[in-house]
Write a protein that binds this ligand. Structure first.
Ligand SMILES: NC(=O)c1ccc[n+]([C@@H]2O[C@H](COP(=O)([O-])OP(=O)(O)OC[C@H]3O[C@@H](n4cnc5c(N)ncnc54)[C@H](O)[C@@H]3O)[C@@H](O)[C@H]2O)c1
Length: 259
């Protein structure tokens, strides 16, 4: 496999997620890519890759190292280019969430992967965290009856530029794109939603997105500059202060413009 992204969370992939499997010979990492040469030290240190297998040029890394699959552990706006590269080299893909930085790019990626006949997995790791797993276990135990509705509160205090990774302070709606995707996934899972890619699910995701944005109005629009709160029980009249982008996505999904 080829590890794309070895800084930031990619350092954890090298150090914690991959290294035990590399040690047990279940996974063989043949190359690593990061635009930042210093970040490639993580691949050399934890994956024992020689310097000549560490690349700052993704095209060269893929061209020179046949592999079965690659990871994608770089900022969301750069995911699609790596997916394109992987598909050109007939690799499957294991990508960090979110699929991409926009719904359009996410849909394009899904279509391209399907058309190429490859497999792509997206790591939604938060649902497996111990607190969520315990809550899920309790909800399913039947001890508390049927769930009527779910409320999720997300708080972040990222007032200083770079305190939540520099790129998140530079993109639109970072709380939604970079964090809210986890919470939508956790809510969907706690509510017992099936996880499968279909147009119906895109509808559901669109509605959930709108609900989340309505709920987070006033806090999401100030993005990561201050502590924020997402609640699914906020009143809809706050919608006026919300970016219209998710509403536009929903309209386009419903009209069949995005399939
Ligand atoms: N599942 C989780 O809990 C979790 C946690 C953190 C990050 N993530 C995800 O991981 C991804 C990366 O986030 P991060 O926090 O590591 O970001 P980051 O900015 O801290 O690090 C990204 C790394 O990618 C490199 N990079 C950037 N563009 C590149 C490109 N085109 N080709 C190769 N390398 C490139 C950078 O040099 C840097 O080393 C995001 O999709 C993010 O949502 C998931």
């Amino acid at each position: 496999m080829i590890q794309v992204g070895t800084g930031g969370f990619g350092a954890a992939w090298c150090r914690e997620f991959l290294s035990p499997s590399v040690r047990d010979r279940r996974v063989k990492v043949v190359a690593a890519v990061d635009l930042e040469p210093a970040a490639l030290q993580n691949a050399q240190r934890y994956l024992r890759l020689p310097p000549e297998r560490c690349y700052t040029d993704p095209e060269r890394a893929f061209a020179e190292n046949p592999a079965d699959f690659c990871t994608v552990v770089i900022p969301p706006a750069a995911h699609e280019a790596v997916v394109d590269l992987a598909l050109r080299h007939e690799l499957d893909i294991l990508s960090e969430k979110p699929i991409a930085d926009t719904l359009e790019a996410s849909v394009r990626i899904a279509q391209k992967v399907r058309q190429a006949g490859r497999k792509m997995g997206v790591t939604m790791s938060n649902r497996f965290a111990q607190d969520k797993a315990t809550l899920r276990h309790e909800l399913r135990s039947g001890h508390y009856g049927r769930v009527d509705y779910l409320v999720l509160r997300l708080t972040y205090n990222c007032r200083t530029y770079g305190s939540w990774g520099a790129f998140r302070h530079e993109i639109s709606n970072p709380l939604l794109i970079e964090a809210g995707v986890h919470h939508l996934d956790v809510l969907a899972e706690l509510a017992g939603a099936p996880i499968a890619a279909s147009r119906r699910n895109l509808f559901a995701a669109g509605f959930a997105l709108v609900a989340l944005v309505i709920a987070a109005a006033g806090s999401l629009t100030s993005s990561s500059l201050g502590p924020s709160e997402m609640r699914l029980d906020r009143v809809p009249d706050e919608v006026n202060s919300v970016s219209s982008a998710p509403l536009a996505w929903l309209t386009r999904i419903r009209s069949g413009d995005i399939k």
